[in-house]
Each structure stands twice: as C-alpha cells, then as structure tokens.
Write a protein that binds this ligand. Sequence first.
Ligand SMILES: [Zn+2]
Length: 467
Amino acid sequence: MEINPQIFRGYDIRGIAEKDMDADTMELIGRAHGTYLKSINVNKCVVGSDNRLTSEEYRKAVIDGLMKTGLDVVDLGLTLTSITYWAQYHFQAKGCVMVTASHNPAEYNGVKLGRNYSDTSTPISEIKRIVLQKNFAEGKGKLTKAPARYIQIYNQDLLKRIGKLKKFKIVIDASNGAAGKFMPEIFRQAGSEVIEQNCELDGNFPNGTPDPTENYVAKRLAERVIKEGADIGFSFDADGDRIGLVDEKGNIFWNDVLLAILADAVLTKKPGAKIVYNAYCSKVVDDVVRRGKGEPIMWLTGDVYIKEKARKEKAPFAGEFSGHFFFLDDFYGHDDGAFCGLKVLEYLTEKNQPLSKIIASYPKYVSSPEIKIGCPDEKKADVINRMVTILKKDFAGNWFNEADGIRVDFPDGMLMMRMSQNGPYLTPRFEAKTQKIYDERRKYMKDLLESFSELDWSKGSNLEEFE
Ligand SMILES: [Zn+2]
C-alpha cells in the first residue's frame, strides 16, 4: 500500500484504516520507532491497542516491526492509552506504542508513540523520515506478554494516590470504546456504585464517535444520570485518556469547567500554585484559579506544548479544553482519564457538597461547545490569517492573544478562532456572561464564517450551534 504522508501529524500518526494505512504500514512504523528508540538508547517498548476493528491486527504488526529492530517488547493486549503510559514504569520500558485513533470516528486508526516514560513528544517527523527512507536498524527482540494482573496493579497504584472517598453513584458512558472494559472496574474498586452505559466493547461504535466533547454523548449521559438519580456521570473516549462529566442534575459542562474543578482541587492543597491551560478555555478557568490564589498561565493548544510549559513553570497541574489533564506532583504527568475522575470524587468528598452546588459558586458564562467547521488543510492557515486581520480591526481596544490562532478577551467573556491540528477544520469558540451578548457574539461569528467561501459547512461538529 502506498503510504499517505498526511497520516504523519504533529504528535501522532492517524488516518483512515485500510485506506491511508494497513498492517504493512504499521510494521514499517514499528520498525521506524524501534530504529529511533535504539538511537536514543531505549531497548524495550510496551505496546497496547484499543478495540477498533483493525487495532489487534495493527498491534501485532507494530510488535513485529519493533522486534525486527532488536527491541524487546511487552505486549499489553487490549488496553488504554493511559495504562500504556503507566505500563512503561511498571515494566521498566522506556518506549511505548499505543494503537488507537483516540476520539476519532470508527473508520480511523493510528498510533501514539512514547519515549522516556511520560514523554509523548516523540518527533513524528523523524519517524516519517525513517519510514520513507526505509533505513531501519536490524536485530532480534524478545516478546513477553503482560500478565493479566498488571491492570490490578495499575488500579491499586491510582487508588493509593487518592484520599478516602465517599460512596458515589456514577454513570459511566464509554461509547463502546476500550474504556468500557476498564473504567467501571476501577471506580467500583474506589467504593462507588457504577451504572454502565455503552460499556460493551464494539469497534463499530454503533452509538457514535467516542468523543466526550460531542453534544450527543453528553446529552445521553445527562439523561441517564437523572433517570438513575446518580451523583455524577463520566464519559470517556475510546482509549480512556479523555473524560467528560455531567453533574447530578444532568447539567453538562465542557472540559474547561472540569479543568477549573481540578485546578480548584489542586489549589485547595497548594495555594499559590501555577496552573497551565490552553487558550481555548473559558474565562472561568482564569477566574477560579485567581479566586483560589493561584497563578493562571494561558498557553498553546496541544498536550505536548502544555506539558512542556507545565514542567518549565513547575506547575502541579495543567490541562486542555479537549479533556487532557496532567497532574505533575502526585502523578506521573501524563494524562489519565481514570485518575481525573478519581480526583473529582476526592474533591467532592472533601467539599461534601453536590457537584451542581460547587459549580454554582463558580463565575457563570454562556459558552459555546467546541465547534468544528470544515476547511481544507492547505487553506486553513491562510483563512486564519485573514480572520485575524478582521478580528483585530473589529475588536480594536480589547486584549488579544495570538499564541494559537487568535483570542479576543472581553471583561465579560471571549471569542476565538483557531485551526485544528487534528484535521481539516477551524475551531471557533465564544462566550459571554449573558445569553443576549452570547447571541450577539454567535451572530458575529456566523457572519464572519459565512463570508469565507473556503469553509465547508457540511463537515464538522456542533454546527447546530449556529442554527
Ligand atoms: Zn484519547
């Protein structure tokens, strides 16, 4: 198969399975990653996969490729990205590969690559170069299969980092992704009653793309929480590193509110701490961090950038609107959906209040979800540049941040436009303190977007926000 060079992206490799990539491609990626790992003196690698239809076959191919370069491999089988990162420490392997397309639709697949434990910033351009030049290291690696009980050790490791918890009633929606196999168990071990929704594994994802940031995922989770009289609802993406939540009243919160909750939880224990978050977040993060006497640091979108900034600033916590959260003091510093959920439960236990009540004490904004609108990859940078000029003119006198697309901050909210690093989309967002101003900002954004003929309104997500 001809390899589509577009599959090599900023921080991972992703494309349409059996069209952009196949098992042979995966073997080449394994050989390239093995070659790269050997060049930085890493000789052992853990490999896991999610439950996509091609994942098992692709994982085996990656393992073959790695072993041909002389890398020793620990086969984790079906697992989660967060557990794969963790398994590097457990099996003392400084390399990792996770076969997954994370929260992408069912037809996608790909890999996340890691080196030196929690460092996921493997230079994909280097992997691409090695794949295309086919200049591979040679060797004969050993294969071990991870004993099934490693999951139990992982669960215990997380639980011992969390304080005593009240017994909660939790709904978990895994959108039929691999998280459905692992999440209910760990929350039960944490003493909670778990109600499973879409936790049966099915790589066809019959209930839609496993993406906690999608409205329909949040809505069906909220409905079930109300029906069951649960304390909280969690949704997870296919490989378990992203989490979404709803409160006991079925209120849906975007991940910036979750980020604010987790930041507040950290600040209760570490007043004055720095908190790093991406520019796509609501102003609620800034407000809650300041209220907790913390130091908010707004940064670039992309978990690699956010993690790097957090380490540099010695921030104990960092996060992104997309649902990636990093605890750097009491955890390994890579994202882990289960750990985030446990942290929320710990916070609720300490506050001894329902989640809706805690969130009611936070400043309120009417915020749009993450909207995606189609824009061809080769045109999106140019479109953004032209939009920046227009926005700077239309909102002159306000505070601008151009770290990532453009963000305009008002005293009562914000408005931003950036391009996705994960696909052919622009991702606008806006918010306000009142519905009236929100509606005005929404109309402004709709008019602006409609004035660009490059945009494709038939592609994207949450576009009903503009109807
Ligand atoms: Zn994911």
